[in-house]
Design a protein around this ligand. Structure first.
Ligand SMILES: [Fe+2]
Length: 294
């Protein structure tokens, strides 16, 4: 996309729900002009050691939407998360709404379909989702127009969603003192991530930016909201005019030191299925652990 269809006069109400177990922030984005809302990046709770799934975090989102009397139109994933499981189908069963993700989900499904040795019944065409967003796709949340901006690099399917004066960047950026997310998962690319961050930083300076994760670097309290201007000036990985070359070198060296996220194995299997837990031949929900597969 070369020019963005931004409307800074629309100010959606944004409610954040922080998940302590995975440092993920889920959002309810509400149209000020109607009763419509969207959820961005929901979380399903898992006790992986026990193989137990619960829904406290998702229930808090559902309760809030019900209390406000809102209509859920969209359940959006900014990307296939590797550190938490999506609760999209659980929420959809209760409140409706369309589940959407970037169309490059097909690349992710192909890559991890092989890693998890999925059979032919696992479709690699994104058909588990209701909507596959392409770069620049516009869509409505009630009376608000939103658009999807393709921001790969952390993963091949990452999208930033711009809704009025608010942009949901997924893992394309962290708070200024957190920098950026890793780019070493299969299909990730540090150079692409740099280019995607530049795309986000070309949004208006006053645009509100909402993160998918925060880890409270240097002991500060958890935060999730900043602006384009703040990121441009202060982001420790890309702010102050750092070059693409510097970024690639730094990111590649840093990523080589990082351990795999604790929940990557269950997260990928569930999230590449739009939040559905895979089933064995008898229909029981089961997760696999491929040995030395990642
Ligand atoms: Fe991520």
């Amino acid at each position: 996309m070369t020019s963005y269809p931004v409307n800074m006069t629309v100010t959606p109400q944004v409610q954040a729900f922080f998940d302590e177990a995975t440092n993920t922030i889920s959002y309810i984005v509400r149209d000020p002009g109607s009763d419509a809302c969207a959820i961005i990046d929901s979380v399903m709770d898992i006790d992986y050691a026990a193989g137990r799934i619960t829904y406290d975090h998702a229930d808090a989102l559902i309760r809030s939407i019900e209390e406000q009397g809102c209509r859920l139109e969209w359940i959006i994933e900014t990307h296939v998360h590797a550190d938490h499981l999506s609760a999209a189908p659980y929420i959809q069963d209760r409140l409706g709404g369309k589940i959407g993700i970037g169309s490059k989900i097909m690349v992710v499904q192909d890559t991890f379909g092989k890693v998890f040795n999925e059979g032919t019944e696992f479709q690699r065409d994104g058909s588990q989702f209701d909507k596959l967003f392409e770069d620049g796709d516009r869509y409505m949340i009630g009376t608000m127009e939103a658009f999807a901006l393709y921001t790969p690099g952390h993963t091949p399917a990452c999208m930033t969603h711009v809704i009025g004066d608010a942009a949901f960047v997924g893992d394309t950026l962290f708070m200024p003192d957190g920098g950026s997310a890793r780019a070493d998962f299969p299909g990730g690319d540090a150079g692409e991530l740099y280019d995607s961050i530049q795309k986000v930083l070309r949004l208006p300076d006053e645009m509100r930016l909402f993160m998918c994760h925060d880890y409270g670097p240097n002991g500060r309290d958890i935060q999730w909201e900043t602006t384009v201007a703040e990121e441009k000036a202060h982001n420790i990985h890309v702010g102050g005019g750092k070059t693409r070359e510097d970024f690639i070198k730094f990111r590649t060296e840093r990523d080589a030191t990082l351990a795999m996220p604790k929940l990557i194995i269950p997260s990928l299997q569930v999230n590449m299925r739009a939040g559905e837990v895979p089933r064995d031949k008898d229909g029981n929900p089961v997760l696999k652990v491929p040995v030395n597969g990642l």
